[in-house]
Design a protein around this ligand. Structure first.
Ligand code: SF4
Length: 470
């Protein structure tokens, strides 16, 4: 049995932040459920597992100071003396992960732990990560429950599912094995992190209710059967929990962590309509809907009047819809599988049902012209959504469009710092509009105009004319 320390990086956007209850109230946090679930699974299998949650510790322990955070990591690793240290990161936190990995690489010869890496970024850019971090012993690609359990048991690397490691100067990868019956996974033990930090009453997501809510995420499935080209979660092999597993889990989080809200983080609850209907019926039958407000993702072509009515009765008060664009041409290029007509019909159904919704868009998709952006602006004006946001496009490692751009030589990462441009959708990204067919300055004008429109709604709840013209 091994001692494992798992580390998730902090957010660069929160460096220098002076934390307060007021700040926390308006900042929606999405705890690393995957990491907590993995740690819970490994503990159940007899290993000693701790999580060093830098998202929380940067603010609470290090006063927003990243250099102090790195020193804290060093002292915690020295104190805990683990056999294995694992770091996880999405691309948008890769720079912070890299800094942590450098500290760990220096400590490794003295403390003699094995250093491993996981998460979407490492799964997609395995060779580059191995090259950038010579101290790495192994990278796990995909869901790591089965593979990491064997690794901690001391099995030889060649027999570890989902592992990548150096062998005779080359990166060798083994095929992954996953837990087939998701109900075999224990409920995530939120006491592995500071749950009170994440369940602090929050107004951000459920603003339309007017009440700060205590929320912990729920995930009913893994994977997505759709194939949107910009998405790194499009793997075509979804697996689902049983409805009772999820209902029991929600009741347990309510009782144990006093939650009164949850966000279903699934790609789309509408991907499995039978599950969604049974979930809603279960929430009503067990009276959970009387003390739970919830949010979920859905695709526009999955929204219908009957289902939305049932969802409302079951406690749903916000649906996140990825409309992505008001241009048919761009929706086709994205392989979104929804038309502008689907999007308009969806918005009308939600409006009629008085179901609040978050309208999400992507601007700057490869090949997008000013005319396409104009059509998106007009679309937003037409549907007049409850709230939403416009993200600047960036190629997400692992997505089909990322692979295509890489084949075409249009992904330019010459230094580790270039990854900053593959995850930031705001002004700090010097790649904004890089792939669109529109001059950079004009693109930025359009993007900030549309973002400003939604910011106003989010801040004040007041809608106004978009004043978006050619
Ligand atoms: S964007 Fe949503 S619907 Fe499309 S592949 Fe990704 S998770 Fe699935």
């Amino acid at each position: 049995m091994s001692k494992l320390l798992l580390i998730n990086p902090w957010s660069r956007d929160e460096e220098g932040v002076v934390w307060s209850f007021a700040y926390q109230k308006d900042y929606w946090r999405n705890p690393y459920k995957g990491l907590v679930q993995l740690a819970t699974y490994l503990r159940k299998n007899g290993h000693t597992v701790k999580i060093l949650d830098c998202e929380r510790d940067l603010l609470i322990e290090a006063g927003g100071n990243p250099d102090l955070m790195l020193k804290l990591i060093e002292s915690k690793v020295r104190y805990l003396h683990p056999d294995v240290v694992g770091v996880t990161a999405m691309t948008y936190r890769w720079m912070e992960a890299y800094k942590i990995l450098n500290v760990l690489t220096e400590l490794k010869p003295e403390l003699r732990f094995r250093l491993i890496l996981g998460g979407r970024h490492a799964s997609s850019e395995t060779e580059m990560c191995m090259k950038d971090i010579p101290g790495l012993d192994c990278i796990f690609h995909g869901f790591a429950e089965v593979g990491l359990n064997k690794y901690l048991d001391g099995d030889p690397l060649e027999e570890i599912p989902g592992a990548a490691f150096m062998s005779q100067g080359e990166v060798k990868r083994t095929p992954n094995e996953v837990v087939n019956d998701l109900d075999e996974l224990p409920w995530p033990d939120w006491s592995l992190i500071d749950s009170s930090f994440y369940t602090h009453p929050n107004i951000r997501v459920h603003r339309s209710t007017g009440t700060p809510l205590r929320s912990l995420d729920t995930i009913c499935s893994r994977g997505c059967n759709m194939a949107c080209a910009f998405c790194s979660g499009a793997d075509g092999k979804p697996k689902w929990h049983s409805v009772n597993y999820i209902l029991d889990y929600i009741e347990w989080t309510q009782k144990t962590y006093q939650t009164n809200a949850t966000i279903f983080q699934d790609s789309s609850l509408g991907n499995n309509k039978t599950f969604l209907v049974k979930l809603c019926e279960g929430l009503i039958r067990r009276n959970i809907n009387k003390k739970l407000i919830w949010t979920c993702n859905m695709r526009a072509d999955q929204v219908d009047t009957e289902t939305v009515g049932l969802m409302y009765r079951a406690g749903c008060r916000l649906i996140f819809i990825g409309f992505e664009s008001g241009s048919e041409r761009i929706l086709n290029l994205m392989h979104k599988g929804c038309t502008v007509e689907d999007n308009i019909r969806c918005a009308q159904v939600l409006e009629d049902a008085e179901m609040p919704y978050w309208a999400s868009f992507i601007l700057g998709y490869p090949g997008e012209t000013e005319q396409d952006i104009y059509e998106t602006g007009k679309f937003i004006e037409k549907i007049n959504p409850t709230t939403g946001w416009v993200n600047a496009f960036f190629p997400s490692p692992g997505s089909n469009i990322y692979k295509k751009l890489k084949r075409e030589g249009r992904i330019t990462v010459s230094s580790i710092y270039d990854w900053i441009n593959y995850g930031r959708t705001g002004e700090g990204n010097s790649n904004l509009g890089l792939y669109a067919e529109i001059p950079s300055e004009r693109f930025r004008y359009c993007l900030f105009k549309l973002q400003g429109y939604f910011q106003k709604i989010t801040d004040t709840g007041i809608k106004r004319e978009l004043e978006f013209s050619k």
